[in-house]
Write a protein that binds this ligand. Structure first.
Ligand SMILES: Nc1ncnc2c1ncn2[C@@H]1O[C@H](COP(=O)(O)OP(=O)(O)O)[C@@H](O)[C@H]1O
Ligand SMILES: [Mg+2]
Length: 253
C-alpha cells in the first residue's frame, strides 16, 4: 500500500549521495507519512545511515531532491534543518559523559530561537522522563546505556521537532530497555511527531511501526505498511543480507 499522499511530510526523490568518490545512494526515493513510525530496514551497508546523513545535511546530495513539509530542503545545513523541525539521533553514544544529565539536556536548546521558554521545556522533559530528573545532577556517564539513549531522545525532542530521525537506538540495550525505548517512540508518534527509525531489530521494530522501507544497495526495494512487510517472504530474504545465511537467522534481531 502506498503512503497517503495528503499526509506525506518528507520525500526523497532520486537522491544520489556518498563519500568522496564512492556513491552509496543510487537514486533513493521514498515518502514518509506524518505522525507515523516508519522503520527502515535492510542489510548492513545498504546505506540506511547514509540516508539519514543526507536528510540531515551531513553529506552532500549530488542529484535528486529532499522535501520536508512541501519545501525543498536539499543540502541545507543541519542547523537550518533543526530550525525547520528535523531532529537527528545518530547511532551510538552521543552524550557528553563528563557533563551532568541536566547540562546534556540543556544542550538540546542551544539552537533554540529566542521566543522558546527553555527552562519550561527542560521541566517538561524531566516530567516526561522521571529517571532523568532523579539523576539530573549526576554525571551522564553514570547512566545505563538505555538511560543514556533516553537522554539523547529527550535532548533531541527539546525543541519539539516535527520529524525525528533515529538511527539504531536499540543497539547494546537490554530487551527491557529496547521495549521502553520503543514505547517512548510510540508515545512521541501518538503526540504527532513523525518518526523515521533505522533498526537491526527489524521484526520487533516493524511490529510497533506503521510503515516500513526496505533499503538495499542504496535503493528502496519495498515500501509498505509494517504489517504487509512482516508478512512478505521477500523481507525475510533481505533480512539475511542477501540470503547467504541460514533461514532461522531471519527470526533473530
Ligand atoms: N564516513 C564514511 N566514509 C566512507 N564510507 C562510508 C562512510 N560511512 C559509511 N560508509 C560506507 O557506506 C556504505 C553504507 O553505509 P551505511 O549507510 O552506514 O550503511 P547501513 O547504515 O545501511 O549499515 C558502507 O559501504 C560503508 O562502508
Ligand atoms: Mg547504519
Amino acid at each position: 500500500m502506498a503512503p497517503d499522499r495528503s499526509a506525506i511530510v518528507l520525500t526523497l526523490e532520486g537522491v544520489v549521495a556518498g563519500y568522496g568518490p564512492m556513491t552509496i545512494l543510487h537514486g533513493t526515493t521514498f515518502a514518509v507519512e506524518r505522525a507515523k513510525i516508519t522503520t527502515v530496514i535492510g542489510p548492513n551497508g545498504a546505506g540506511k545511515s547514509t540516508v539519514f546523513k543526507a536528510v540531515f545535511g551531513l553529506i552532500k546530495v549530488r542529484t535528486g531532491r529532499i522535501a520536508f513539509g512541501g519545501e525543498d530542503v536539499t543540502n541545507l545545513a543541519p542547523r537550518q534543518l533543526l530550525a525547520k523541525g528535523i531532529s537527528y539521533v545518530p547511532q551510538g553514544r552521543n552524550i557528553f559523559p563528563e557533563l551532568t544529565v541536566l547540562h546534556n539536556l540543556e544542550l538540546g536548546g542551544i539552537a533554540a530561537p529566542p521566543e522558546i521558554d527553555l527552562p519550561a521545556r527542560i521541566e517538561a522533559a524531566l516530567d516526561r522522563f522521571p529517571i532523568l530528573r532523579s539523576k539530573a545532577k549526576a554525571q551522564a556517564s553514570t547512566l545505563s546505556g538505555g538511560q543514556q539513549k533516553m537522554l539523547e531522545i529527550a535532548r533531541s525532542m527539546l525543541l519539539d521537532p516535527r520529524l525525528l530521525l533515529i538511527d539504531e537506538p536499540s543497539i547494546g540495550l537490554s530487551p527491557m530497555m529496547v521495549r521502553e525505548t520503543f514505547d517512548i517512540l510510540k508515545d512521541l508518534r501518538d503526540r504527532g511527531t513523525t518518526i523515521l527509525l533505522i533498526e537491526q531489530n527489524a521484526r520487533s521494530a516493524l511490529q510497533m511501526s506503521d510503515r516500513g522501507l526496505v533499503l538495499e544497495q542504496g535503493q528502496t526495494r519495498l515500501a509498505d505498511t509494517a504489517k504487509a512487510l512482516l508478512n512478505d517472504p521477500r523481507v525475510g530474504e533481505l533480512f539475511l543480507g542477501g540470503g547467504s545465511r541460514p533461514e532461522h537467522g531471519a527470526e533473530e534481531k
